[in-house]
Write a protein that binds this ligand. Structure first.
Ligand SMILES: NC(=O)C1=CN([C@@H]2O[C@H](COP(=O)(O)OP(=O)(O)OC[C@H]3O[C@@H](n4cnc5c(N)ncnc54)[C@H](O)[C@@H]3O)[C@@H](O)[C@H]2O)C=CC1
Ligand SMILES: NCCCC(=O)O
Ligand code: NA
Length: 505
């Protein structure tokens, strides 16, 4: 594919409907992981900017042009945003590719999901109008009660780098649909397209302050957002350790949080699969898609011993066939990981696995034909023991570890042998067996005869240390709504008669 001649827009922070230089005037480099070059700069917000943005968001809620909108009015903004994103699809996909390193066609398909997601939450915003007020039946006639579903308030949205604009959208679209005002803090490692969302909001005339976008470092911009007393909720996707920090800080203010913290998801493959090659391809896709940087990556292959030699042979052949290249090249299927830090971290996981006695069946290093860029070969690790780091910890890179099993019981035990609980996959022709596994898997998502397909209508989220709360679908809207009970005394002319009335003279 010819590389589009792309200009990276120079942006400021998006606050109160316009671009605004950070108070401390700092900027951070944008690094293209495929070339290791600095290709531009993003503004670096600090606590001062967070405070300005939170005040702008609060003002938006008090103003009629945002705070008094109906769901149908907000739906118009969401659809206008979707249309502009659609219009800019090739450019946004390219920006995302040079910022994040994912293959261009994957980035373009993420942009399609962004469009669909804004449109979907536009529909839900409209539907909300008829569900805003619900009667609640009481057992007494002297009282009436109803429930209001109203915007939660000012929400802080903190997002990761693996699906930059899509993870932003998973939070921004439902938050705006619900009528909240939001302050978004995208990852400093891939912020370009989230800043472009600011420009799109400006173009469609989204009321000032309804969405504010602060790029910057986690400890400088994310942390003050979490601790800000006038932020009503934090929705976060990212690493476990950062999730713990966020939950700890939010607890000081009894601030609700939803956390999506990744995992070490299993894919269990039985010998009664429909087709060897189909199962092999899903296994690869489940772990190596998005350059292996998916929170739900099925990075532990749990393989029935009767099929193991044949399956691994074929897995190797398919893996060797994966095109690793600059992600802007046509047919690229594996680009670089996001940053030098991530590259070193992934290689360290591989060398620790080796030193702990595992076998690197394939990969384990930089591809020889790529001298620059944070590339790691797709890597398959066997002879894995459940005490090894590679079995237990999230790598967030193209690394698959393999363990074999004999019985169903053993497979379930291995699948659930993790502190995480985001996704699980099973490959088998026997649908009753799939049903048993669906029940037994300790996770928020189950894939049957596939791994990773992700749609905006069903809920997304985990259990155990993968976090809590659900994004996507109608479940996400609930994250941004306050449920208010309203109870009315229906016989106000009659005394309540709880206390003895003082005698009247
Ligand atoms: N579950 C997932 O989807 C993701 C998991 N990860 C994992 O996390 C590891 C580290 O990657 P990072 O980019 O450093 O992830 P991270 O969890 O530190 O960053 C995610 C977001 O949180 C912000 N952040 C960082 N510290 C913060 C704090 N104290 N308060 C508020 N916000 C804060 C970051 O600026 C970013 O916007 C990766 O190696 C990978 O294993 C990374 C990205 C996504
Ligand atoms: N396919 C979407 C995965 C989202 C995530 O990695 O957080
Ligand atoms: Na980048």
């Amino acid at each position: 594919m010819a590389i589009p001649n792309i200009r990276i827009p120079t942006r400021q922070l998006f606050i109160d409907g316009d671009w605004r230089e950070p108070v401390k005037k700092n900027r951070l480099p944008i690094i293209n992981p495929a070339t290791e070059e600095t290709i531009g700069y993003i503004p670096a917000a600090t606590a001062e900017d967070v405070d300005i943005a939170v005040k702008a968001a609060r003002r938006a809620l008090r103003r009629d042009d945002w705070g008094s909108t109906t769901g149908a009015q907000r739906a118009k903004y969401l659809r206008a945003i979707a249309a502009k994103v659609q219009e800019r699809r090739p450019e946004l996909a390219t920006l995302e590719t040079i910022d994040n390193g994912k293959p261009w066609f994957e980035a373009a398909s993420d942009i399609d999901d962004v469009v669909a997601c804004f449109e979907y939450y536009a529909d839900l915003a409209e539907a909300l109008d008829s569900k805003k007020k619900t009667e609640v039946k009481l057992h007494l006639d002297s009282f009436k009660s109803h429930v209001l579903r109203e915007p939660l308030g000012v929400v802080g949205l903190i997002t990761p780098w693996n699906y930059p604009l899509l993870m932003t959208t998973w939070k921004v679209a439902p938050a705006l649909a619900a009528g909240c005002a939001a302050v978004l803090k995208p990852s400093e490692l891939a912020s370009i397209t989230s800043l472009e969302l600011g420009e799109i909001c400006r173009e469609v005339g989204l009321p000032p302050g309804a969405l504010n976008i602060l790029t910057g470092l986690g400890h400088e911009a994310g942390s003050p957002l979490v601790s800000h007393p006038d932020v009503d909720k934090i929705a976060f996707t990212g690493s476990g350790p950062t999730g713990v920090k966020i939950m700890t800080a939010a607890a000081q203010l009894v601030k609700p949080v939803t956390l999506e913290l990744g995992g070490k998801s299993p894919i269990v493959v039985f010998d009664d699969i429909h087709d060897l090659d189909i199962a092999v391809e899903w296994t690869l896709f489940g772990c190596f898609w998005t350059n292996g940087q998916i929170c739900s990556a099925t990075s532990r292959l749990i393989l029935q011993d009767t099929i193991a030699p044949k399956f691994l042979d074929r897995l190797l052949e398919w893996t060797k066939n994966i095109k690793i290249s600059d992600p802007l090249e046509e047919d690229c299927k594996l680009g670089p990981v996001i940053s030098r830090g991530q590259y070193e971290k992934v290689l360290k996981f591989i060398s620790t696995a080796k030193s702990e006695g595992a076998t690197i069946l394939y990969g384990g290093d930089r591809p020889q034909h790529l001298k620059k860029g944070y590339y790691v070969q797709p890597t398959i690790i066997t002879d894995v023991d459940t005490s090894m780091e590679i079995w237990k910890e999230e790598v967030f890179g193209p690394v698959l570890c393999v363990k074999t099993f004999k019985t169903e019981e053993e497979a379930i035990e291995l699948a659930n042998d993790t502190k995480y609980g985001l996704g699980s996959a099973i490959m088998s022709k026997d649908l009753e067996r799939c049903e048993r596994f669906t029940k037994a898997f300790q996770s928020g998502i189950v894939w049957i005869n596939c791994s990773q397909p992700c749609f905006w209508q069903p809920p997304w989220g985990g259990k155990k240390r993968s976090g809590f709360g659900r994004e996507l679908g109608e479940w996400s809207l609930e994250n941004y709504l306050n449920i208010k009970q309203v109870t009315q005394y229906a016989t106000p002319d009659e005394p309540w008669a709880f206390y003895k009335s003082p005698s009247k003279l």
